[in-house]
Design a binder for this molecule. Structure first.
Ligand code: MG
Length: 255
């Protein structure tokens, strides 16, 4: 009797461990729904870290003076990211009262934290600007000693290829646009697909194919319980969400 109870406890433990290893949670633009945070703010990064997210995603632009800033929108409060000097962009306020951060400020705030940094380089107007941005990002990451916590993502296939070429070997680089098969991603050296969940629901076989090729699968931006459940059941490795504190995801957090 005692043995069977011990076995049952071991079984539950294995179940818990396998669940923990299965799906991890990435806060989309940080945990910006937390009090005092805003999308792509330093507070949102700190909040994502405070609840134990595996990673915190954020968006990066190369400003006109070749400095890197953190924001999602191509035009924010009337200022075009690519055409404005960083000094003008960092004078803009986010909704929580923070100034729009430079990437250097963001990295400085990230240094004492533990969450992984899921850096999305936005698609720029010219490939040369994306190459310049990747060069600057890789150099800044080195300066702040964050190489082991970086993962890169982009909708731009050119930017993805440049991260693979210029970041230290082994740094995960994921492609976002949903139009390449796992085998095509493997051939260019990607860590795997980071696709909208509707793409994975349309091609559920891509999840297993990615795993068979030694790649990981990320899905964005997953906010509804039904979609979370489907992705967890289909063993995706990462869920990127605006709801990192969702009841269904709590089992995977702080592990
Ligand atoms: Mg993004």
């Amino acid at each position: 009797m005692k043995t069977s109870r011990t076995s049952f406890t071991a079984f539950l433990l294995c179940l818990a461990l396998s669940a923990a290893a299965q799906t991890r949670v990435i806060a989309h633009r940080g945990y910006w729904k937390a009090e005092g945070a805003a999308q792509n703010s330093i507070a949102a990064l700190q909040k994502a870290d405070s609840i134990g997210c595996y990673g915190s995603e954020f968006d990066v632009w190369l400003a006109a003076d070749n400095r890197l800033v953190v924001n999602h929108d191509p035009i924010y409060k009337g200022m075009r990211m690519e055409k404005s000097p960083s000094s003008a962009l960092t004078g803009l306020k986010l909704s929580n009262g923070e100034n729009l951060p430079t990437l250097a400020e963001y990295f400085q705030a990230a240094q004492p934290l533990h969450t992984r940094l899921i850096l999305e380089l936005k698609a720029h107007s010219r490939p040369e600007r994306e190459t310049k941005a990747v060069e600057k990002i890789v150099a800044l990451v080195k300066e702040y000693g964050l190489e082991n916590r970086m993962e890169y993502i982009s909708f731009s296939l050119h930017a993805v290829k440049e991260f693979i070429r210029l970041a230290p070997a082994g740094t995960p680089v994921f492609y976002l646009d949903g139009d390449l098969s796992p085998r095509e991603l493997k051939e260019i050296g990607c860590a795997g697909p980071d696709y909208h969940y509707s793409v994975l629901r349309k091609h559920p076989e891509w999840i297993q194919q990615s795993h068979d090729l030694g790649m990981k699968v990320n899905a964005w931006t997953v906010n509804k319980a039904g979609d979370m459940r489907w992705l967890i059941d289909h063993k995706v490795d990462f869920i990127t969400t605006n709801e990192p504190n969702h009841l269904l995801l709590k089992q995977f957090i702080n592990k």
